[in-house]
Design a protein. Structure first.
Length: 187
């Protein structure tokens, strides 16, 4: 017979806190940066999952090209998840790691459990990207003003540039789909 452990594991550092790290940034700046990064991280976790959902469930005449595109974009988003989490840790914070916790923090609306039509999936991906891009730009601007050029650079050079390139590919696919709505603007 096995016994289950009933005591909670010791928590070394609470989520939302920062430990002292000699980076030349105040604790308040590092705490704010970690909080903003964790929000982008949670949204990026969801975007990765949405790409994998599309990769697995896409159907129709564009199956092969979209299957490959979604998988490539998912891999790029997975790499961004790692970059974001590592930056939170560098700042002395605790990165959101549990997918259930990410689901609590994300601003990305829950997507349907079933398979979607290609136009709907493309527009869901475009809207998700746009939300992350807006948040990343706002965070980068604020963190640059606070002197955190490392986090500002990560947000602009990795999150924004990768997201913009992926949006370019998705928008081109959406424009090629005869059943897609004529206006790609999501905001």
């Amino acid at each position: 017979m096995t016994t289950q452990q009933t005591s909670r594991p010791a928590v070394l550092q609470e989520f939302g806190t920062v430990r002292p790290v000699p980076l030349g940034l105040t604790a308040d700046t590092r705490r704010y940066a970690a909080q903003r990064l964790n929000r982008v991280l949670a949204d990026t976790h969801m975007l990765y999952a949405l790409y994998k959902k599309g990769h697995w469930q896409v159907r129709g005449g564009l199956f092969h090209s979209l299957h490959l595109l979604f998988d490539r974009h998912a891999g790029e988003q997975q790499a961004l998840v790692d970059e974001l989490a590592e930056r939170v840790q560098i700042l002395g914070g605790v990165a959101v790691a549990d997918p259930r916790h990410a689901a609590e923090l994300t601003s990305v609306p829950r997507f349907p459990d079933g398979a979607e039509d290609v136009p709907d999936l493309l527009h869901r991906l475009l809207r998700t990207h746009e939300g992350i891009l807006v948040d990343a730009r706002e965070a980068a601007t604020r963190l640059g003003a606070l002197g955190d050029s490392g986090t500002e650079d990560l947000l602009v050079s990795s999150i924004v540039r990768t997201g913009e390139r992926q949006v370019w590919f998705l928008a081109a696919e959406a424009a090629n789909d005869a059943s897609a709505p004529g206006n790609l603007r999501t905001r």
